[in-house]
Design a protein around this ligand. Structure first.
Ligand code: PMP
Length: 350
């Protein structure tokens, strides 16, 4: 026996590549190409560094209160964490303590199996159909919990509330997590269903639509019993996930609704233009409800296109995974970035 036998054996989640250079077009991590709201920058500039000597508010109460007010909920129905990855990991820990498997689609956010492995939660994946559609009827089976990303990633497909309702109606005895990381770009939020379903948890993030990926703010919405379980999980792990700067900057982001809406509109317009251009070049892709597209070309390999784009200093995401290994996940950048991408693709696809 050696200490080596006791090391964690896990295949970790692999995030989009962060190239070690400055002058390139980064369309591989679903970041927002626009900066956070001016109110956020101002809040950070005004932040009194001296106050860092104290711990932050352990439950990020001012931020939870601001988010709750915007959503028409009570603060007790909101949990705030260090990015939605942190919030989701705590949800898995807090809600999935059954011997039955947690279920989620086979094509979805690839962090879910990593948390299950890490936390020793049994799980089963349910195949999506050929068009990456999730069939709600498949989720009518015994399980220890359900996770649905809506819109789904990396497929970009968003579904309506009837779909979420069907899954909830089939699963009154399980916690159903709806991961809404991309919902603001054209999805439908399940937040209105919280009043009807006591087993529903909705998670969201400031990383995408609020352009704050570098700050790490995510949140969960649920009834007070589930939120209390999340706090118990957090307080058994890290009492202070959000730092004082993040709490103030997060509140400032919520205060600038106008900038938030205007940025979303720009990203959505560029996405729709990109979609049309890609289809014009022969790519197939679902209509996206997110800030990325998921495209395949019948004649060219996604891996080769991805490598070619790198030679032009354009980074997109390619997943070496069965069923999707001929797809590119391309984040919507600024209009100029997308023009450069389209022009490079046109050079490649002659
Ligand atoms: N859910 C989905 C579906 C995602 O794609 C991401 C981004 N990688 C996250 C959650 C987590 O984002 P963050 O931790 O930045 O909030």
């Amino acid at each position: 026996m050696s200490w080596r036998d006791n090391l964690i054996k896990i295949e970790p989640y692999v995030a989009g590549e962060q190239p070690n250079k400055t002058d390139f077009i980064k369309l591989n991590a679903n970041e927002n190409p626009y900066p956070p709201a001016p109110s956020v920058i101002k809040a950070i500039e005004k932040f009194k560094g001296g106050s860092l000597k104290k711990y932050p508010d352990a439950d990020a109460k001012p931020l939870a209160a601001a988010i709750a007010e915007r959503e028409g909920l009570k603060r007790e129905n909101v949990f705030v964490g260090n990015g939605s990855d942190d919030v989701l990991a705590l949800c898995f820990r807090a809600f999935f303590n059954s011997d039955k498997p947690v279920i989620y689609p086979d094509i979805t956010y690839s962090f879910y199996p990593v948390w299950c492995d890490m936390l020793r939660i049994p799980y089963e994946t349910i195949p999506v159909d050929e068009d990456f559609g999730i069939n709600a009827a498949d989720y009518k089976r015994e399980n220890g919990g359900v996770v649905i990303a809506n819109p789904n990633a990396p497929t970009s497909i968003g579904r309506g509330l009837d779909f979420i309702r069907e899954i909830l109606d089939a699963n009154p005895d399980s916690v159903v997590i709806v991961d809404e990381a991309y919902v603001d770009f054209g999805g439908t939020s399940a937040i209105p269903l919280l009043a009807e379903y006591e087993n529903l948890v909705v998670t969201q993030t400031f990383s995408k639509s609020r352009s704050m990926a570098g700050m790490r703010i995510g949140c969960a919405f649920a009834n007070t019993e589930l939120i209390s379980a999340l706090y118990a999980a957090k307080d058994s792990y890290n009492s202070y996930p959000l730092d004082s700067v993040a709490i103030e900057a997060g509140v400032a982001s919520i205060e600038d609704e106008e900038y938030f809406r205007a940025t979303l509109e720009k990203v959505i317009a560029t996405r729709d233009r990109l979609t049309a251009e890609l289809r014009g070049m022969g790519f197939t892709l679902p209509d996206s409800c997110t800030n990325f597209v998921f495209a395949e070309h019948p004649k060219y390999s996604a891996k080769d296109i991805c490598e070619f784009l790198k030679t032009r200093d354009i980074y997109v995401r390619y997943f070496k995974k069965q069923r999707i290994d001929n797809r590119l996940r391309i984040t919507v950048g600024t209009d100029e970035e997308i023009d450069a991408l389209i022009s490079a693709l046109k050079d490649y696809i002659k």
